[in-house]
Design a protein around this ligand. Structure first.
Ligand SMILES: [Zn+2]
Ligand SMILES: [Zn+2]
Length: 428
């Protein structure tokens, strides 16, 4: 049965600036009807959504699904399962796989496999340079034809300004956003955390904030010249926020995302050499965390993205300097964000929260998602915003368990998730 009537929910659709109490009907894979009160029809399953939000399915434009080549960390199936449990119905997967997603053949293969294997919709961010070696731009026309929504070398940021300039010109010609992890490797070489008082105390090499900001400035200047859409991934520094503000005010098409962990944690989380607090960009200082929060509140930061980066236990159970960077995020993002919002002196509205987690990211990557408009795909999440729950790594659906939020009590959870009108998750 794939007909549902979601009764008495708080219907939130930022795309239509809609915040109303009422009923939503999902039928034949689409949003069929919305009204203050709808009468159940034959063959329809009625779900009581009292005290819950009924929102467009969440959208994560930055995840690592690890296929092809690293399926011991995650697969399209397990990553997709983690996504729908977290309330996400669309994700963009990154190309730093083995081999990297730098050809139309590989992009097509992942898209067709994901359609079969993943319970959530998967879009592909293809590589920016061949082999992600930072030397030769990819064939952007072919990548776009194959269905790529953007290009990025993520964890292997292009170091040559000249190569980046050519890549931006190429992407601009095919209307592909250039998605960048900003890191000057000459400044971060050998670092395993943020350079500051904590790294000094622990005796670990740190990456200064300038490792990020130098490349944000460079990429923004190049974007200004080339006219591409530049999207900055996982902003982590106070100065980074200021740079985005500066360039946007001058008309550069620059957008950005922040991760829940950069909004909730600082480098203090590394104190016990917990490798689940090791990610790139690293957790930074309290002043950075506060500036990122302000960036979200005043709109300089466009959206939330998790940078879901699964690693197997045997990989994370290495000494801090050699363990891989990254944490899982799909199943904790919603609970983290509602917890974060709840701690603000002036919390964002539910509509603003849904915008940050769904409508805004969908718009940035031009995905057919993030709205409850009649006729749209029935990608819907029913959120209980008052549910307190404790993070237990053993209960995660992701193949990997590397989360710094283990043991935390988070706020808010997806009760039901629908993709194309099919219920793909139900919270027990
Ligand atoms: Zn990255
Ligand atoms: Zn990433």
């Amino acid at each position: 049965m794939n007909a549902y009537l979601l009764k008495n929910g708080r219907i939130l659709d930022p795309a239509q600036r809609l915040d109303m109490r009422g009923d939503l009907r999902l039928r034949a894979g689409q949003i069929a009807e919305m009204a203050p009160s709808l009468t159940p029809e034959a063959g329809e399953m009625v779900i009581d959504c009292t005290d819950c939000w009924v929102a467009p399915g969440l959208v994560d434009i930055h995840v690592h699904l690890r296929e092809p080549g690293q399926s011991h960390k995650e697969t399209l199936q397990t990553g997709g399962a983690a996504a729908v449990v977290g309330g996400f119905t669309s994700v963009c997967c990154m190309p730093n796989t083995d081999p990297p997603l730098d050809s139309s053949t590989l992009v097509r293969e992942i898209l067709s496999r994901a359609a079969q294997e993943s319970p959530c919709k998967v879009y592909v961010v293809a590589a920016l340079t061949q082999g992600m070696r930072g030397e030769t731009p990819c064939d952007y026309h072919a990548l776009k034809q194959a269905g790529a929504v953007a290009c990025s070398d993520d964890a292997f940021p292009v170091q040559s300004a000249e190569t980046m300039r050519r890549a931006m010109l190429g992407c601009a010609a095919y209307d592909l956003p250039v998605v960048t992890h900003c890191e000057d490797k000459t400044l971060s070489e050998g670092a395993s955390m943020h350079a500051g008082a904590v790294s000094a105390r622990l005796g670990l090499k740190g990456a200064p904030s300038s490792a990020e900001t130098v490349q944000i400035a460079r990429n923004a200047l190049l974007a200004q010249e080339t006219g591409c859409h530049l999207h900055i991934q996982h902003l982590s520094t106070a100065m980074g926020v200021e740079l985005v503000r500066f360039f946007r005010a001058r008309g550069v098409q620059i957008t950005t995302e922040v991760s829940p962990h950069h909004l909730l944690l600082t480098d203090v989380a590394c104190t016990d050499f917990d490798t689940d607090a090791k990610m790139n960009p690293p957790l930074r200082a309290e002043a950075d965390r506060v500036a990122l929060a302000q960036g979200v509140l005043d709109g300089v930061i466009d959206c939330i993205a998790t940078d879901h980066a699964p690693h197997a236990p045997f990989e994370k159970m290495q000494p801090f300097p050699v363990a891989p960077f990254g944490i899982v995020g799909l199943e904790t993002a919603l609970g983290c964000m509602l917890l974060w919002n709840n701690q603000l002196s002036q919390p964002l509205t539910p509509l603003q929260m849904v915008n940050l987690l769904s409508t805004a990211p969908a718009r940035l990557m031009r995905l057919p998602a993030g709205t409850l408009a009649i006729g749209a795909s029935a990608d819907v999440v029913v959120i209980d915003p008052n549910l307190h729950w404790r993070v237990s790594p053993d209960n995660l659906h992701s193949k990997s368990k590397n989360t710094p939020f283990k043991g935390w009590e988070l706020l808010g959870k997806a009760r039901y998730t629908f993709v194309n009108g099919v219920m793909v998750h139900q919270h027990a």
